[in-house]
Design a protein around this ligand. Sequence first.
Ligand SMILES: NC(=O)c1ccc[n+]([C@@H]2O[C@H](COP(=O)([O-])OP(=O)(O)OC[C@H]3O[C@@H](n4cnc5c(N)ncnc54)[C@H](OP(=O)(O)O)[C@@H]3O)[C@@H](O)[C@H]2O)c1
Length: 251
Amino acid sequence: MPRSSVGRPVRVLVTGASRGIGRDTAKLLAHRGADLAIHANEHVPAAETLARELVKEGHHAFVVRGDLGKSAEVDLLAKSVERRWDSLDVLIQNAGTYPRVAFPEMSDEELRRCLEVNLLGPIRLTRRLLGSLQRSPSPRIIFVSSILAFTGSTRGAHYAAAKAGLVGFARSLARELAPHVTVNVVAPGAVDTEILSGDTPERRAARVARIPLRRIGTPLEVAHAIAFLASPDASYVTGATLHVNGGLLLE
Ligand SMILES: NC(=O)c1ccc[n+]([C@@H]2O[C@H](COP(=O)([O-])OP(=O)(O)OC[C@H]3O[C@@H](n4cnc5c(N)ncnc54)[C@H](OP(=O)(O)O)[C@@H]3O)[C@@H](O)[C@H]2O)c1
């Protein structure tokens, strides 16, 4: 990633970078020359290991913590970023959970928690860091939604609703924050991370059979799409959703 117009490395916060898509995104962007704020919630030691690896390789990286489902922790997370940096160039809202429960059995607490983590947390974090972003010469916000925002999810209606909410939110901000800030969405299909670890071999085979490219995606393939939207190559892209799903959803 080239240097920003202020002549310093681009500053990027990746939420949910302890593992999976977020981890590969943080690594990719650091390798392209960005400075990284690596966010984790429960797996802080994994995030610290990643930060140490990147620093050892000569990159700049530090760890920030916070449960996106708790507004006070979102505030502390934003404060940790602001303490290090007077401005933020790229906010990558990747953290998320995919809880499964049939809708008729969904408790109010399950519904609330899913919407807090996957929708309200990212919205609050955006609002909280908007000042820092607006001090950047070329700010970018990227949300990681899901194919399920478009197809719906059996036993994941609350998750699909939250991820669809992110798309509406991103499109709204793309209008409201233009022309200074660009706001985009990446919508992954099935990607090989913890989120799919509950799959039986049969379920995985059935999943693969439905994908035109005949395989599950890798976290790095999603990271490349995110990195494109974070790069100067995407300077005329805003309010867009980039689908990364091996052809599983063809509109
Ligand atoms: N994998 C897929 O097939 C797939 C498909 C479509 C969309 N997505 C979306 O892609 C994003 C990344 O998913 P992934 O597959 O890489 O998942 P993952 O490997 O399970 O990683 C999830 C990340 O989110 C963080 N996180 C979870 N709950 C959090 C909370 N309450 N507060 C703050 N951070 C929290 C985790 O942090 P800790 O580990 O520190 O707790 C972790 O870093 C998610 O938004 C997911 O919905 C994934």
